[in-house]
Design a protein around this ligand. Structure first.
Ligand code: ADP
Length: 179
């Protein structure tokens, strides 16, 4: 299941799939502050990349909420992993600001490293408890806004782990593009 949209000169794609299998130059990890493997999408990325990923992550000095750090992709198809730490949902107004920073700083890091294609998971909507509909609007508004100003990023793919999550992101994007 997938859908493609044109945002200025870039492509924004939604896909129901596993992020570890994506062939974009970079995939984004919904990491923790220690950049340790952990569970969820981070555990899956570390398993697929192999132990060298954690070896490199240990040298990166951790990651603050909203920040993004770059590593190689090792056994992944993607050459790079961009690690970012989403907010733990609290219901405060810093939640959408922090979540937006994750997407923006990941894309800025990609741009600075001449990475043209990036796959994102749905950051913070697993263990970190962010309601997915609200999170999808923050994610999609940030990404579409960024692409309008950064044509050097050619493709952003948001990879949703379930068809239910895919449907929520698709409804949000259709609404944002209509408004
Ligand atoms: P967070 O701690 O930021 O909430 P999680 O890993 O718990 O991160 O969940 C983030 C999202 O990633 C959830 O929507 C979860 O369903 C999804 N997810 C888990 N594994 C994968 C995977 N292999 N590919 C894509 N998405 C995944």
């Amino acid at each position: 299941m997938s859908a493609k949209y044109k945002i200025e000169n870039s492509i924004l794609e939604l896909a129901a799939d596993d992020i570890t299998r994506q062939d974009t130059e970079a995939i984004v990890n919904a990491a923790n502050k220690a950049l340790s493997p952990g569970g969820g999408v981070s555990g899956a990325i570390h398993r697929a990349a192999g132990p060298k990923l954690w070896e490199e992550c240990r040298t990166l000095g951790g990651c603050r909420t909203g920040e993004a750090k770059l590593s190689r992709g090792y056994n992944l198809k993607a050459k790079y992993v961009i690690h970012t730490v989403g907010p733990v949902y609290s219901g405060s107004k810093s939640d959408p600001e922090d979540l937006s920073e994750c997407y923006k700083n990941s894309l800025l890091l990609a741009s600075r490293n001449k990475i043209k294609s990036v796959s994102f998971p749905s950051i913070s909507t697993g263990v970190f408890g962010y309601p997915i509909k609200e999170a999808s609007i923050v994610a999609l508004k940030t990404i579409t806004g960024f692409l309008k100003e950064h044509p050097e990023i050619e493709l952003v793919r948001i990879v949703l782990f379930t068809e239910g999550d895919y449907g929520i992101y698709k409804a949000s994007l259709d609404k944002i593009l209509k408004d």
